[in-house]
Unconditional design. Structure first.
Length: 401
């Protein structure tokens, strides 16, 4: 017999050293979301049906859509991307994959694995989107599906031309599939007004919920395409017609992620209670404060203002200063974590949900200033803390501060 293992309980070895997560995700959770995630119940029955219906209604508000076709998934935002592509794309599909970084390329790869005819349209996310180049391509070729990312966290850039891009694609009746994993709940996303057909997000970023659950919404046009498809998706769990059994008929599909549904419900309840205008304003204000501090510390922001992502702020160190050393110092000396970016010299600070609490931003700024100073890059920490206080007007950002 293979011998058993003996390890200490995480409560004794891991959790007492819990780190403040100020990277690109996952992010800290509000206390009520943590509490919701501790509950367990049957995934079938009237009480769960009511929770699911409420969750879908609150998700519609978050997506800014009236479509009935909202689903939750057991899986990260990439699982939602798989569901979108797997239900709309097959080997005869013509797909245009618009990409400015890692996650745009990920959807391109997903479409290729479904043996679609994929055209990759790459652009520099730091610059204005090349609408004329896209317009010329759409005049030459017809596509069934177009995929793109609203906020590309790998390069910390926002695509503010998403509405115009979608309008061009809809002229030839292409379905527009959009990754809003980091922008939903942090930045304006208007699914219906912008003519987006499939929009998805993960739970662990802008919603400040738990990792491993996600949300997706199909427009009526996209759902009609799903219903009329002539192929069977290769992934059984993410077959939208099967998922409809649980999310719309309250029947068994697979055992739903009950704890995750409760956590998503609470996160969406908080979003609806705060309202999107106030929540977006709060995120913008907090992120701008962090950006001012980074500049005050003599660091370089990764993206210019017109295409700068507020939800995940990218910056670069002086060439002589090691990004690995800074990340290690923050973690070992201050229990604060920020993110690298897929092997590039870019560093990333998250400004999503609970990361925008005043106490967390002040702790981040203090840790960052002290770490830079310790590594030989002197900074004015007192001045930076004054900048943060002035940015927030000495008031808390969330009601549970």
């Amino acid at each position: 017999m293979i011998p058993a293992n003996t390890f200490p309980a995480l409560g004794n070895s891991f959790f007492p050293q819990e780190t403040l997560l100020m990277g690109a995700g996952p992010v800290p959770q509000p206390p009520s979301v943590k509490q919701a995630n501790t509950h367990i119940a049957s995934h079938l029955g009237q009480r769960m049906n009511e929770v699911v219906e409420q969750l879908k209604a609150m998700a519609r508000y978050a997506f800014q859509t009236t479509t009935p076709w909202v689903f939750g998934l057991s899986g990260p935002g990439s699982a939602a991307a798989e569901m979108a592509i797997g239900n709309l794309v097959h080997r005869r599909s013509r797909v245009l994959a618009i990409s400015s970084g890692h996650f745009g390329l990920r959807m391109c790869e997903m479409a290729r694995r479904h043996q679609a005819k994929v055209v990759l349209f790459e652009f520099d996310g730091r610059e204005a989107f090349p609408l004329d180049r896209l317009r010329a391509l759409l005049e030459q070729q017809v596509f069934d599906v177009v995929t793109l990312v609203h906020g590309e966290t790998s390069s910390t850039t926002l695509n503010p031309d998403l509405p115009e891009i979608a309008a061009l694609c809809k002229k030839q009746r292409a379905l527009v599939v959009v990754d809003t994993v980091c922008t939903l709940g942090t930045t304006e996303v208007l699914m219906d007004n912008w003519q987006l057909d499939v929009v998805f997000c993960g739970g662990q970023k802008g919603l400040s919920s738990i990792p491993g659950v996600s949300l997706i919404a199909f427009s009526n046009e996209a759902w009609e395409r799903v219903v009329q498809r002539t192929f069977t998706p290769t992934q059984w769990c993410y077959d939208a017609l099967l998922a409809k059994e649980f999310w719309h008929h309250h029947r068994y599909h697979y055992t739903a992620p009950v704890n995750g549904i409760f956590a998503l419900h609470e996160a969406l309840r908080l979003l609806n209670e705060e309202t999107l205008p106030l929540r977006i304003q709060r995120h913008r204000q907090s992120s701008q404060g962090v950006q001012k501090v980074l500049l005050q510390f003599g660091l370089t922001l990764a993206a210019p203002l017109p295409t700068r992502l507020d939800a995940v702020v990218g910056f670069q160190l002086p060439v002589w200063l090691s990004s690995v050393a800074l990340i290690d110092h923050l973690l070992s000396q201050h229990q604060v974590e920020i993110s690298a970016s897929f092997g590039s010299p870019l560093l990333r600070i998250g400004q999503m949900g609970e990361q925008c609490r005043t106490a967390n931003v002040l702790r981040l700024v203090t840790a960052l200033g002290e770490s830079l100073d310790a590594l030989g890059h002197p900074v004015d920490l007192v001045g930076a803390l004054k900048t943060v206080s002035a940015q927030y007007g000495h008031r808390e950002l969330l009601q549970y501060d």
